[in-house]
Design a protein around this ligand. Sequence first.
Ligand code: PBG
Length: 335
Amino acid sequence: MGAMSTYDLPRRPRRLRQNPAMRALTAETRLHPADFILPTFVADGIEDKREIASMPGVYQHTTDSLKALCHEALEAGVKCVDVFGVPRDEDKDATGSVAWDEDGVLNRNLRALREEFGDDLLIMADTCLDEFTDHGHCGALSTDRFGNEIVDNDKTLPLYAKMAVAQAEAGAHIVSPSGMMDGQIAVIRDALDEAGYQDVSIMAYSAKYASKFFGPFRDAVGSSLTGDRRTYQQDPANIRESILETQLDIDDGADFVMVKPALPYLDVLREIADMSPVPVAAYQVSGEYAMMAAAGRNGWIDFEETMMESLVSIKRAGADQIFTYYAIEAAKEVR
Ligand code: PBG
């Protein structure tokens, strides 16, 4: 048996990489415009759309500019937009009550979008209180028996229920509880059904980590938070609890489950995709976008190409839907 020459290698994997047609023929993962969900920000009390400093190309919108953005998304083939409301500071309070006010910034704009788009574009509402509370936490606060201030799980649940019902009433096709309170899916499902909104779906932020990659988002929504969310969002060191959280959400009626952030948590995404009988979304968060945008601006990486690589990686790891601030550009790229 002689040494193997270059002519008798048993396998030549490079044969399938030799030109674009061959690579396209053999690609295992393909992005499609309908994979993407576009997160959007709509703000009260601004005259013109305003760029978010840490997220170049992403804006706080007025109702008009939000509608224009959504038309652009639809034309690019995107089927769903996720809407976050940014209230005026003076409208924030301890429970975030403007979140269930039908004239609050989020509900008003959900209504405007549903009127504009009907069922052509799916309208998802962010169902969380952090944008609306004056302390910036995702729920109501209480003092525990040792005198410590805590984010009170059970005091928050009925507030989420009211918020979800108001969003359904305003026309949201999908509500998306992102606050990581235990039991939030069951409580919201019951409240929606009781109010007659059996047709409204729930996108559950199931495996959501206490992540510093959310930094630019907090600029985007003018968050009032000081401190962190580690008593309710998951520890980045853990994966088992993601499976538990996801299973509980599925049992409680989640129509979709989600892993967030995306790129630093692809291992979590893979495990969830393997166990979930419902669609699994991944959220490419503000910090993921900001890092690539910033490095791109410095000429250190190619922003567009790294973005597309990152999105295909997220899909390869098991995402059925991908939330990305790059949704419109990505959809145009792959359609
Ligand atoms: C909370 C919420 C956050 C994001 C989406 N929903 C922030 C947080 O949990 O602090 C982050 C999204 C992003 O970083 O792009 N309602």
